[in-house]
Design a protein around this ligand. Structure first.
Ligand SMILES: [Zn+2]
Length: 273
């Protein structure tokens, strides 16, 4: 009995010692952390895009999954930061860490261009957008907004070009009651990019076709929110841009595109419109 007691005490002490020595941020590293709301919010801020995905995952863990206040000086420049953190991790935590880094890679690695080019004409108003992640939407039942709306209401439907943010293959094309005329493009790393409420499709955009980042997909519109094909006018002209990934428990898990779009603003093509 006494031996058993001491044995249990030793195990308990070892666990507690590990717990106290561990960096606090790593306690957020739970199994399937890439399926949590904190991951899906993608609070990347504007400084981390271009950072390698392992550093990004570590920064997220250390900053409670919110990098919006991070300054460039807080991004570590060398590998010792990572190796110092990873050494001493329990094996399952190390696996979870690399899977988290991989999840960020799947979401981010193929995205190259902001999906609406800017205009070379000074009298063309630019599009606007804000973070509306999980805001209430009511058409088709109560739900949270799973994307970002890029508004182009200062011009009529069919004015703003919509381009592919990534390379990929057109997986879905056609009418959806909520999404109107939509496109779903699968990027090489497996992210599903969703472009909804289009006015029209560009030539050659068909299911199965390969597209390149920056290629014209169609034009922005206000189609959707109707069972009838070609229902328009139920909301302001905009592009709904969505990003989905496949995980262990979800075929389509949406993540917030807002901060990604903020980053892609540095990478805009210029068209004449
Ligand atoms: Zn939307």
């Amino acid at each position: 009995m006494r031996i058993l007691f001491f044995l249990l005490l030793t195990v308990f002490n070892a666990v507690m010692l590990h717990w106290f020595r561990e960096d606090p941020g790593w306690r957020l590293l739970e199994p399937y952390v890439w399926e949590t709301d904190a991951f899906r919010e993608m609070k990347l801020g504007t400084e981390v895009l271009g950072t390698d995905y392992e550093t990004l995952a570590a920064l997220m863990l250390k900053n409670d999954f919110d990098l919006t206040a991070l300054s460039r000086e807080e991004i570590p420049g060398d590998e010792s930061f990572l190796s110092g953190l990873i050494s001493g991790l329990l094996p399952w935590k190390e696996t979870a860490f690399y899977k988290l880094a991989d999840a960020y890679k799947t979401v981010l690695t193929d995205l190259k261009y902001f999906p609406v080019p800017s205009s070379c004409r000074s009298d063309t108003p630019d599009v606007t957008y804000e973070d509306s992640w999980q805001q209430a939407r009511t058409y088709g039942g109560e739900r949270g907004h799973e994307g970002c709306d890029i508004m182009g209401m200062e011009r009529g439907r069919g004015f703003y070009p919509v381009i592919s943010a990534s390379d990929g293959v057109v997986e879905k094309k056609g009418w959806l009651e909520q999404g109107g005329w939509r496109l779903g493009i699968r990027s090489p790393s497996g992210a599903y990019l969703y472009y909804a409420h289009l006015y029209s499709y560009a030539e050659g955009i068909e299911e199965g076709a390969s597209v390149r980042a920056g290629q014209l997909l169609g034009f922005m519109g206000d189609s959707g929110y109707g069972k009838e094909e070609n229902t328009v006018g139920n909301f302001a002209v905009h592009l709904h841009f969505g990003i989905y990934v496949k995980t262990e428990h979800f075929d389509e898990l949406s993540v917030n595109p807002y901060w990604i779009l903020k980053g892609l603003e540095n990478n805009r093509l210029v068209f004449d419109f």
